[in-house]
Ligand binder design. Structure first.
Ligand code: PSU
Ligand code: MN
Length: 295
């Protein structure tokens, strides 16, 4: 792994660092917005008192913290693969450039000694998973890593109820930020309840510290932070139905499913889902930085 100098310095000093994923840049947002958002998110982390560490592989090397040139490469190169944890070893050996998912980012961030991570939405159990077996490796990764992940819940394209059950099975902690309603990514409320809510970054830092005393730091903690200005619900529900049908008609499966549905939403909603997606990642980055600082 190669550390950006500022990230290495912050980690050595025990200063707050926030890990940021890169799949959202390469496969989750359209160009050229993706690069703007990637840069903005890093600024937001700084403004909120932490050092940003965007994680990705460039030509087979895992970078913890990217230069602007590397950020541009991840945003614009066509040969950037979407890497989950299992792809990391192959990407290194084959010297591939790879954007890391929540699973792979959390894996590398934990290895680097970073404690807090901001993303948009987690992967989870897909609808129809009882037949397709499509469950994101994000869940298994978070069942094995010491990480606190700030996200806007899971996307409504997933089976939210099944995903929540999986989080419980895997002993992945879950706390809502100022809410007991589990967020549904584009929507502030997925319709499912969370048992606990925290009011401040300091309170979340207390929970993170308690993970050590209780010895529960081997699995991750999820902080669910709902978007403030949610997507129009009618538009959302309509696109969800037609998007799932389009994915089935086009025989989309495996790692292509999530990028396909995100792109479907972005183009069909004429930018409305994109606006929400950007607000989500910015809000989560700010909160993650505040938590890291409090910690
Ligand atoms: N949430 C977003 N945009 C994204 C993703 C999540 O707002 O691009 C990505 C994350 O990197 C997440 C991945 O880890 O989708 C999940 O993919 P899959 O369902 O194939 O595991
Ligand atoms: Mn999958």
């Amino acid at each position: 792994m190669k550390f950006a100098p500022e990230v290495e310095k912050a980690l050595k000093a025990g200063a707050p660092v926030v890990a940021l994923e890169s799949t959202i840049i390469s496969h989750g947002l359209p160009r050229p917005t993706n690069l703007e958002v990637a840069r903005d998110v890093e600024s937001i982390v700084r403004e909120n008192g932490a050092t940003p560490a965007t994680i990705a592989l460039i030509d087979g090397v895992a970078h913890i913290g990217l230069t602007d040139e590397q950020l541009i490469a991840i945003a614009n190169r066509d040969d950037v693969i979407k890497a989950s944890t299992r792809d990391l070893e192959i990407a290194e050996a084959k010297k591939l450039s790879a954007a890391t998912t929540v699973a792979a980012t959390a894996h590398l961030a934990a290895k680097a000694g970073i404690k807090v991570f901001a993303t948009g939405g987690l992967g989870g159990v897909h609808r129809g998973a009882n037949e397709s077996f499509d469950e994101s490796a994000d869940l298994t990764a978070l069942s094995q890593l010491d990480m606190t992940v700030v996200c806007a819940g899971v996307k409504s394209i997933l089976d939210v109820a099944a995903t929540l059950e999986r989080l419980e099975t895997y002993a992945i902690g879950l706390v809502g930020y100022k809410t007991k309603k589990f967020p549904g990514f584009y929507l502030t409320d997925s319709g499912f309840e969370i048992e606990y809510q925290a009011e401040t970054p300091t309170e979340i830092a207390e929970i993170i510290k308690a993970r050590k005393t209780m010895g529960t730091e081997k699995n991750s903690l999820i902080v669910a932070n709902p978007v403030k200005n949610q997507m129009d619900k009618t538009l959302h529900d309509r696109l969800l139905e037609s998007g799932l049908k389009a994915a089935a008609d086009n025989k989309i499966h495996g790692k292509a499913t999530t990028p396909f549905l995100l792109e479907y939403f972005h183009s069909e909603s004429k930018g409305e889902s994109l606006r929400v997606n950007i607000e989500i990642i910015k809000g989560n980055s700010a909160l993650a930085a505040q938590i890291a600082a409090a910690l």
